[in-house]
Design a protein around this ligand. Structure first.
Ligand SMILES: O=C(O)CCC(=O)C(=O)O
Length: 286
């Protein structure tokens, strides 16, 4: 059993703790060696990417361009704890890196993930896996416990270039800093968070990169409200609904077919993530 949860109280299950708090951590997902080896794979791919577009695929769709990351999002070490909460059948709706370089101003504003994803249900979990130490100094995630119990609140777009979020979006309500907890994770451990939880993170003041792999799990019964079939991966169990187009394992080596699939995945998602946003503030999809 891999689950060792900070927020699970004696006598309550992982699922109970998640429903109560909107998160669970730390969960031992990968050994430090495996996590470090994945970091090396990522960094080799960043260095080898032939152009900015392919580099944005490495950052924004690693599971569709790098076979090692397709395998990791389907690994029972990640999907097991998620399925304890969401059930046996799981799709990966998206997967991306949140990397903050050492001593940079990049940050993440307070937001709720599901605000702009255009899904018809809010039963959604992100597994965030640390590929380097995620500490207060390096700008770990911060959660407001229990904030997932409210609906999606209004957000405003800032398009702040230092903000790692697509639209620089932030909740348009006050968040009291003292109500937040620091989600400190050593290399290889992960947190799970609900798609409605308020979360954010400060800049990285450490000497190392802070690298998190965010894997967005949904149930196959969910659908995009726009009717567009976005590109997903079957992570566990079965898809008996067909609401998403399922991608196979990428070939690797930046094969033409993998690049074409990522281009299409970005294209289908762009209209959803930027719905209602001003044209001028948009950045390239990543
Ligand atoms: O990595 C971070 O600091 C923020 C990540 C985040 O917002 C998310 O995974 O939903």
């Amino acid at each position: 059993m891999t689950v060792l949860s900070h927020s699970v109280r004696i006598g309550s299950s992982l699922a109970d703790a998640f429903r109560r708090d909107g998160y669970v951590y730390p969960i031992r997902a990968l050994s430090e060696e495996v996590a470090t080896s994945l970091r090396r794979t990522l960094e080799a791919a960043e260095a080898a990417a032939p152009d900015a577009e392919v580099k944005s695929m490495v950052t924004g769709l690693p599971h569709l361009i790098l076979p090692e990351f397709y395998d990791i999002v389907r690994d029972p070490a990640l999907t097991g704890p998620v399925s304890e909460i969401m059930g046996e059948d799981l799709l990966v709706w998206g997967c991306s890196f949140f990397t903050k370089e050492a001593h940079t101003k990049n940050f993440v504003s307070w937001h709720q993930d599901l605000t702009y994803w255009g899904l018809d249900d809010t039963d959604q979990i992100t597994a965030w896996v640390a590929l380097s130490p995620s500490t207060v100094e390096s700008g770990c995630m911060r959660f407001v416990p229990g904030s997932h119990l409210q609906q999606i609140v209004p957000h405003k777009d800032t398009f702040d270039p230092d903000n790692l979020l697509t639209r620089g979006q932030e909740v348009a309500v006050e968040v009291k800093d003292e109500n937040a907890i620091d989600v400190v994770l050593p290399t290889g451990k992960m947190s799970l968070h609900h798609g409605r939880i308020f979360h954010a993170s400060h800049p990285n003041r450490s000497d190392d990169r802070r690298i998190g792999l965010a894997v967005r799990y949904i149930k196959p019964s969910m659908r995009q409200t726009s009717g567009v079939k976005t590109i997903a991966v079957l992570a566990r169990g079965e898809d008996r609904f067909g609401n998403f187009e399922l991608a196979e394992r990428p070939t690797g080596g930046f094969a033409d077919a993998d690049i074409a699939r990522c281009r299409e995945a970005f294209r289908r998602r762009e209209g959803i993530l930027y719905e209602g946003a001003k044209e001028s503030g948009r950045r390239k999809m990543a």
